[in-house]
Every structure is written in structure tokens, then in C-alpha cells.
Design a protein around this ligand. Structure first.
Ligand SMILES: Nc1ncnc2c1ncn2[C@@H]1O[C@H](COP(=O)(O)OP(=O)(O)OP(=O)(O)O)[C@@H](O)[C@H]1O
Ligand SMILES: [Mg+2]
Length: 248
């Protein structure tokens, strides 16, 4: 096949990008309210928080609910676990992701963070074949730690995000927040500037009390969103956000 034919085939095979008015419903209770309707189609969302903030749980709910409620297939790429760990973890919050895999509604891929170029090699053909519309990469931070050259990391994510903007769904890139837990340290290499939407998961503890959790929409290109930090909880049923309540 010559390159012109290849170009045309790619064009035909690419999923239709939905208009901005049709939002991607996240499936996380309360999240569609704080984002004024859900994620923007084709947007790349960076989900940042400290360890234990609920990033993996949020991401799993996004894929699970997308597949179950809206029939949207998902791709989960992990840099730190194997597929079996993810299946077991999902079960603990009541999500049977094995059944989704059997119905071709979910693919789990484990990658070597030393070789992030593999991300584009996995994502591009699967997107072209419409094998997924929702994507999760959990997490970018492991890649940032392995690849010391910041420009190399940014280049990989820049190319990847450009491809993902053709997706009919949207993508979550998980990132570990700096130890200070403030939004000035959302990622190691600064990939938040490349993302369309940035969500920060916070926690605070008053002396002698249990810590509480708060979710902030730091930015959301092409959309208005809440400017408030809202409380959220994690239980055995997963994450729930309280859009009508103020965190502090
Ligand atoms: N079954 C459960 N019931 C109640 N809370 C739970 C349950 N499972 C997990 N949690 C809470 O969620 C937290 C872990 O969430 P999650 O694994 O999504 O965090 P994370 O942000 O991905 O962390 P890391 O950066 O270490 O990967 C736990 O520390 C606990 O507080
Ligand atoms: Mg995690």
C-alpha cells in the first residue's frame, strides 16, 4: 500500500470526533456536575494527587462505568502493576473488570516505563481500529522517574496527546503530586501544561481529626467548571464527589 492510500485508510478508519456539546460522562458520582457535564471529547485529562488519593480508583471507575453505561471500550495502561493486580484491585471496590475484558470492552496493557515510546505504538493502532475510546495511563510519574531527560518525556507525551485528541472519548493521565501536595508540583516534567484538563486530589487533616479529601478542577480547556474545591470520599463502592458541598 502506498503512503497516499495509507493516509486515506487511516482517515476513514479514525473514529468520528464528537462535538463539544456531547460530553463524556465520567461515571464517577458527582464528577459530571463539577465539570459542567463531563469531560470534553478528545480531551487529555491529567489526574494528579498524592499516594492514596484515589487516582487508580477514579480511573478504574471511569473505564468501568464508560463501558457498562455507555458501551464505550476502554484501554488501561499500567506502568507499575500487572493485569492480574488490577483485576483483583477493581474487585475490592465491586468492579468486575474481567467480564468487560471478555466482552472486548476493556484491554489492560502493562508496559515497561523505561521505554515510553511504546505508548504511541500501542495507542495509535488501537485507536485507529476503534478498540477503545477511553484511555487511562497509570501513571506518567513512573515514566518521569525512569527517563531523566525532561525533554524526552515531554516529547513522548506531546506526540501521544496529539494522537489522543482524535479520540471520540477522553483520556486520563495519572500523575503523582509532589510531596508538598500543592498544585505547583503536579508532575515531575511539567506535563500538566500539555494536558487539556487538570484535576487535583487533595487531603487535609485538622489536629486530632480524620483527614478529609477534596477535589479541584485546576483547568479545563473549552469549558467552564466549578472554581470550588469539593469534598469526596472513598468507600468500598469507590469514589463519590459532593458537588453541593464546600471542602474548607
Ligand atoms: N475498599 C475500600 N474501602 C474504603 N477505602 C478504600 C478501599 N479501597 C481503597 N480505599 C482508599 O483508597 C486509597 C487508595 O486509593 P488508590 O489506590 O486509588 O490511590 P492512588 O492515588 O492510586 O495511590 P498510589 O499513588 O499509591 O497509586 C486507600 O489508601 C484507601 O484510603
Ligand atoms: Mg494508584
Amino acid at each position: 500500500m502506498n503512503s497516499v492510500e495509507e493516509k486515506i485508510e487511516n482517515k476513514i478508519a479514525k473514529p468520528e470526533k464528537k462535538t463539544n456539546s456531547e460530553r463524556i460522562k465520567t461515571g464517577v458520582p458527582g464528577m459530571d456536575e463539577v465539570t459542567h457535564g463531563g469531560f470534553v471529547p478528545g480531551s487529555v485529562v491529567m489526574l494528579s494527587g498524592n499516594t492514596g488519593a484515589g487516582k487508580t480508583i477514579f480511573a478504574l471507575q471511569f473505564l468501568y462505568e464508560g463501558a457498562i453505561k455507555y458501551g464505550e471500550p476502554g484501554l488501561y495502561i499500567t506502568t507499575q502493576n500487572n493485569a492480574e493486580d488490577i483485576r483483583k484491585y477493581a474487585k475490592t471496590i465491586g468492579l468486575d473488570i474481567e467480564s468487560l475484558e471478555k466482552k472486548n470492552l476493556l484491554i489492560i496493557e502493562s508496559i515497561n516505563p523505561n521505554y515510553p515510546q511504546i505508548l504511541l505504538k500501542i495507542v495509535e493502532p488501537l485507536l485507529r481500529k476503534k478498540r477503545f475510546s477511553r484511555l487511562v495511563i497509570d501513571s506518567a510519574t513512573i515514566i518521569e522517574y525512569y527517563i531523566k531527560d525532561i525533554f524526552k518525556v515531554k516529547n513522548v507525551f506531546y506526540k501521544l496527546f496529539s494522537v489522543l485528541r482524535n479520540s471520540p472519548g477522553s483520556s486520563i493521565i495519572v500523575s503523582e503530586m509532589g510531596l508538598h501536595g500543592d498544585t505547583s508540583t503536579l508532575s515531575v516534567a511539567g506535563i500538566e501544561f500539555l494536558a487539556d484538563t487538570v484535576i487535583a486530589l487533595h487531603r487535609k487533616q485538622k489536629k486530632g481529626a480524620e483527614f478529609t479529601r477534596g477535589i479541584e478542577i485546576v483547568k479545563m480547556r473549552q469549558s467552564d467548571h466549578t472554581k470550588m474545591i469539593h469534598p469526596y470520599t472513598i468507600t468500598k463502592k469507590g469514589i463519590k464527589i459532593f458537588p453541593d458541598e464546600k471542602w474548607f
